[in-house]
Design a protein around this ligand. Structure first.
Ligand SMILES: O=C(O)CCC(=O)C(=O)O
Length: 251
């Protein structure tokens, strides 16, 4: 997918550290995916160079997430091309994702229901995918695009419907692009420190509308209730997810 891009041979953690080490970036830790006041908020800001040095030094959960570096450094746009494999690419939202060895991206699907083309530039990443049909089996957290299950250490007693799930398990490395179809659940583990960039496409108007409604439910209802009720809201959502999956347990 990226043979024609200058970025294929140019971009690496060291290159970004040398060239753009001074820019300030929002850094997330694993805390940001837990219920409560800090839900989906960055923990701190750091210089990109310091952040890259930190992830190169060893395992850490610090991540740059949905970071549009191209807004801060527009000259980087010269290094990649918008894919032409299908219609509907959003030219203005190429996001980057950085993480250290051992970082995990909790199981989720993309809230706007775009198709995602995720390209790896440094390090390796394990990507596990499940089809949207498995949302109940994966105990989707109500009003969000997240799941309660931990597939590294599955709790089949708490989440028995998970036993019926089948998915895809693969590793991407420098130069690879993985296609994540709209609504597919993905769980990502950084096998090395590294980074990737995604391009998103949505060629369907009904799916775009559904995506906007997802965003509204998440930002208005879920974020609001997290602020108002904190952990209690988290408990309510978890029991909703368990009762939704009950009907599947004996299927
Ligand atoms: O690679 C990552 O860190 C996350 C990527 C992701 O979740 C996405 O592209 O939707």
């Amino acid at each position: 997918m990226i043979d024609e891009w200058p970025a294929k041979h140019k971009w690496s953690l060291d290159y970004f550290k040398d060239q753009y080490g001074d820019i300030l970036v929002p850094v997330f830790s694993a805390k940001s995916s837990q219920s409560g006041k800090t839900y989906m908020s960055p923990d701190t800001k750091m210089r990109l160079g310091d952040y890259i040095s930190a992830i190169q030094q060893g395992p850490t959960d610090l991540r740059l997430f949905l970071f549009n570096i191209f807004k801060v450094v527009p000259e980087l746009k010269k290094d990649y091309r918008i894919h032409t494999i299908m219609n509907g690419f959003y030219n203005e939202f190429p996001f980057t994702f950085f993480g250290g060895e051992g970082s995990k991206v909790a199981m989720h699907y993309d809230i706007d229901l775009s198709h995602v083309f995720l390209t790896q530039f440094d390090g390796r990443k394990r990507v596990v995918l499940f089809a949207p049909e498995y949302s109940k089996h994966l105990y989707q957290q109500p009003f969000t695009v997240a799941s309660y299950v931990n597939i590294d250490n599955p709790d089949y007693e708490m989440y028995p419907a998970l036993k019926q799930v089948k998915g895809y398990d693969c590793v991407i490395e420098r130069g690879d692009t993985i296609f994540i179809p709209s609504g597919y659940w993905h769980y990502i583990t950084y096998l090395d420190s590294g980074f990737s960039m995604n391009q998103r496409a949505n060629e369907s108007l009904p799916r775009k509308v559904k995506g906007v409604m997802n965003i509204a439910a998440h930002y208005v209802i879920d974020k609001g209730m997290n602020k108002l009720m904190g952990k209690k809201w988290g408990d309510i959502k978890q029991s909703m997810a368990v009762s939704r999956a009950k009907e599947l347990e004996n299927a």
